[in-house]
Design a protein around this ligand. Structure first.
Ligand code: UD1
Length: 438
């Protein structure tokens, strides 16, 4: 288990380039199971979750070639195994995205239930109810979901209204419906840019998906999907994290290869808080910190509102802002585990259920802290960048799941951050801690 050692207090300045969105790459890779053809995906980020997803596809019998570091060519003419085992699902919940494509193309799938996770119980009941509405028989057997298409072997189009907005649920159902007979309408669908990105890949493969990126998605089923080539959108959470890195260090970063159009609510909130953000062109932002950051309240909600995946990083920023800010987490229960680590660094944060109040500004001081999930780790890195002295962040495997070479990128703009490799005899993290989320 590696650690990050950070010496805070450096002003960040320079250019950083944003990687492809992990949360888009994961479902797009799963879409490779929908066709006997080959899908070629560019701009795949080099992060741990992608390696896990690749392993899952290969275990199922697909071939994944990487002619270049960020290009994956996925071919699944045949599948030998129809199962995503616990060992993989527990390390990456997005493995459940194999369910929709397997069920749609082969009429059967078995996926281990994700179980408890570090940011609250995260059921997949809405995915399963949706598959049932498409005519599948879904059973729970020994901790696994076992799903079968109707006897015809093909799912049937249906009108499905999600009780609650679910990102991977929308993706799973959207993929399943592409090969169903008839038309499927998904209502109260998630509107995240990653859904739209997946839909454009599916359409290039020959699917008929309309309305992705809005709450109503219509999918006209087709008999077969073919090969396609697609470039993954930039990671909006990584982009937003670097904006906060500029802001929290009172620095100035030119952030390249991003998609400003996907950041509206984050940019709006950060500007209110006193961060200067300029759109230099369609793929470049300039973010500049200010010595006088203002406390501003925020509530996390599904896209296009403020993302839960930026809540922890925003909390780090608010420890440096003048005044009291209230942060409400409405998407996940139990997603404030970074708060207690920030408190140890001197942050004045009070938690009450899904609400947090941050009093600022506080002078953070470096301390040994533990990362609990992907975005929590990013927030601790941000806190470490501004803290006085040395911060040592343990369990950085969480950050490696979703941020490509964050320490290299930060160092290139002036941060003092080092990865220190731990001895291989260190005890393995418990599944409960590994089994987290985004
Ligand atoms: C995705 C993202 C994650 C992000 C989250 C919310 C990926 C790989 N991960 O996770 O980074 O934090 O969206 O933006 O894209 N729920 C149910 N039943 C279900 C499904 C979800 O109750 O069947 C609940 C969840 O517990 C949660 C809420 O719905 O409270 C939203 O979850 P969901 O949008 O499904 O999150 P993920 O798709 O897992």
């Amino acid at each position: 288990m590696d650690k990050f050692h950070i010496i805070g207090g450096q002003r960040l300045e320079g250019c950083v380039s944003i990687s492809g969105a992990k949360n888009s790459a994961l479902p797009c890779m799963a879409a490779g199971l929908l066709t006997p053809g080959t899908i070629t995906l560019h701009n795949i980020p080099y992060v741990r979750d992608i390696i896990t997803q690749r392993r899952l596809l290969e275990d199922l019998g697909a071939t994944v070639l990487t002619p270049e570091l960020r290009t994956h060519k996925i071919s699944a003419p045949q599948i030998e195994v129809f199962e995503a085992p616990y060992e993989l699902v527990k390390t990456m919940r997005a493995s459940v995205l194999a369910l929709g494509p397997l069920l749609a193309r082969f009429g059967k799938a078995k996926v281990s239930l994700p179980g408890g996770c570090a940011i609250g119980t995260r059921p997949i009941d809405l995915h399963l109810a949706g598959f049932e509405q498409l005519g599948a028989e879904v059973k729970l057997e020994s901790g696994n979901v076992v799903a079968r298409a109707p006897e015809t072997g093909r799912l049937r189009g249906a009108s499905i209204e999600f009780e609650k907005v679910t990102v991977t649920g929308t993706e799973n159902l959207m993929m399943a419906a592409t090969l169903a007979s008839g038309t499927t309408v998904l209502k109260n669908a998630a509107c995240e840019p990653e859904i739209d990105d997946l839909a454009s890949l599916l359409n290039k493969m020959g699917a008929r998906v309309r309305g992705a990126g809005t709450p109503i998605i219509e999918i006209e089923g087709v008999k077969e999907l073919g090969s396609a080539e697609h470039t993954i959108i930039p990671d909006r959470i990584e982009t937003s994290t670097f904006i906060v890195a500029a802001a929290i260090t009172n620095g100035e970063l030119e952030i390249r290869d991003c998609q400003p159009a996907h950041l509206t609510s984050v940019v709006e909130k950060l500007r209110e808080a006193g961060v200067e953000i300029f759109e230099l062109n369609q793929s470049t932002l300039l973010a500049r910190g200010s010595a006088k950051l203002r406390a501003r309240d925020v509530t996390t909600e599904p896209y296009p509102r403020f993302p839960t995946d930026m809540q922890a990083q925003y909390m780090a920023l608010m420890t440096q802002a003048e005044g009291r800010s209230a942060i409400a987490e409405t998407v996940f229960e139990n997603r404030f585990m970074h708060a207690s680590e920030m408190q140890r660094m001197g942050g004045r944060i009070h938690i009450d259920g899904r609400n947090a109040v941050v009093e600022g500004p506080t002078r953070l001081t470096g301390a040994p802290v533990q990362a609990s999930d992907l975005r929590a780790s990013a927030s601790l890195v941000l806190a470490g960048l501004v803290a006085e002295g040395e911060t040592v962040i343990d369990r950085v495997y969480h950050i490696d799941r979703g941020y490509e070479k964050i320490e290299t990128k930060l160092r290139s703009v002036g941060a003092q951050i080092e990865r220190v490799r731990q001895s291989v005899t260190a005890p393995l993290p418990s599944p409960q801690i590994l089994a987290n989320a985004d």
